[in-house]
Design a protein around this ligand. Structure first.
Ligand SMILES: Nc1ncnc2c1ncn2[C@@H]1O[C@H](COP(=O)(O)OP(=O)(O)OP(=O)(O)O)[C@@H](O)[C@H]1O
Ligand SMILES: O=P(O)(O)OC[C@H]1O[C@H](OP(=O)(O)OP(=O)(O)O)[C@H](O)[C@@H]1O
Ligand SMILES: [Mg+2]
Length: 285
């Protein structure tokens, strides 16, 4: 049975559960459940604190886990990222009161408050900057107002929390993060769990593709086919079928959902008609 760690709270928890559900796995019904077995898929899910997941996975007791890239790096656990999942995207940045600091060099001699001490301490050490780091559990934006630190280093998504606290980012982003699937570093490809791990990854990749692409169908005149195919090359190559009306073909191809409307306009302009897009619910490439 494959043993998988899933975030039980916070920004990662909801989207991780949704993605697993879309991938056909049974998920917990109540937020208090700490582990469930999905017998049909031979998987056991452990609902753990996001910050602890890399530690459990590195111990080898759990085969894989879903966590944030920033949490993985902060933990310094013996685990590695094997699949980015595209949700809980954020950047990790320094911020302070406007006019206090412009560049990371200005951190020298200052105190930095953060929940990600591992990332910050390593970044400062790599840059050779001598600053002290104070660990706080969360809501670090308030630390400056309350005099615990002069600078904070925190997760930024929309920037609303910083603005509300009257703070501004400075320096380059320390890192970009998103949810990732992790595995113990150097886990043997020959391990018993390997086929199940690969199947799990294929299922999640299928969800990612289904979320990023739509299926597009349209009819066009044979003379326009090359132009149409250039607009909708598909992943391998589009399916082209003859229509009953001579001189016309039906074309079917996957297109990136973000570009679907633009592609439909371009197809219409070259004379394609009956242009339809449909959602993809699941796939294996
Ligand atoms: N506002 C946000 N937008 C996107 N990702 C976020 C946001 N806040 C935190 N994250 C990401 O969530 C992960 C942190 O998980 P954690 O559960 O500690 O965070 P949280 O959402 O801040 O929850 P909590 O409210 O318990 O602090 C990190 O990978 C972080 O990058
Ligand atoms: O840029 P924004 O869109 O405002 O998002 C970033 C904020 O979201 C998270 O906070 P959370 O609400 O989880 O509180 P926490 O600081 O206690 O973790 C993070 O720690 C930032 O404070
Ligand atoms: Mg938080």
């Amino acid at each position: 049975m494959l043993r998988i760690a899933v975030p039980n709270k916070g920004s990662l928890s909801g989207p991780a559960g949704e993605m697993l559900h879309e991938a056909g796995y049974q998920q917990r019904r109540e937020a208090k459940e700490l582990r469930i077995v999905d017998p049909e898929n031979e998987v056991e899910f452990f609902y753990l604190r996001p910050r602890d997941i890399a530690i459990y996975v590195s111990s080898g007791k759990l085969d894989i886990g879903i966590t944030g890239r920033d949490l993985l790096i902060d933990s310094a656990a013996h685990a590695e990222e094997i699949l980015p999942l595209g949700f809980a995207r954020s950047t990790f940045r320094f911020a302070t009161k406007p006019g206090t600091a412009d560049a990371v060099e200005d951190l020298a001699g200052k105190t930095v408050a953060t929940s990600y001490e591992g990332i910050v301490a390593k970044y400062l050490a790599d840059k050779g900057i001598d600053a002290s780091v104070v660990h706080l559990d969360g809501a670090v934006e308030t630390a400056i107002e309350l005099g615990v630190a002069e600078v904070i280093a925190d997760v930024v998504e929309t920037g609303t929390s910083l603005r509300n606290a009257g703070l501004e980012v400075f320096g380059d982003p320390i890192m970009k993060s998103e949810a990732v699937v992790i595995r113990r570093t150097g886990a043997e490809a020959t391990e018993d769990a390997e086929p199940k791990v690969q199947q799990f990854l294929r299922r999640l990749q299928g969800v990612l593709v289904a979320r990023t692409y739509v299926m597009m169908d349209y009819d066009c005149r044979v003379e326009q086919l090359e132009k149409a195919v250039a607009l909708t090359p598909g992943l391998e190559s589009p399916t082209v079928s003859p229509l009953h009306n001579e001189g016309w073909v039906a074309v079917r191809a996957m297109v990136p959902s973000k570009e679907a409307q633009r592609i439909m306009d371009d197809l219409y302009d070259i004379g394609a008609r009956a242009i339809l897009t449909t959602a993809i619910h699941a796939c294996r490439l």
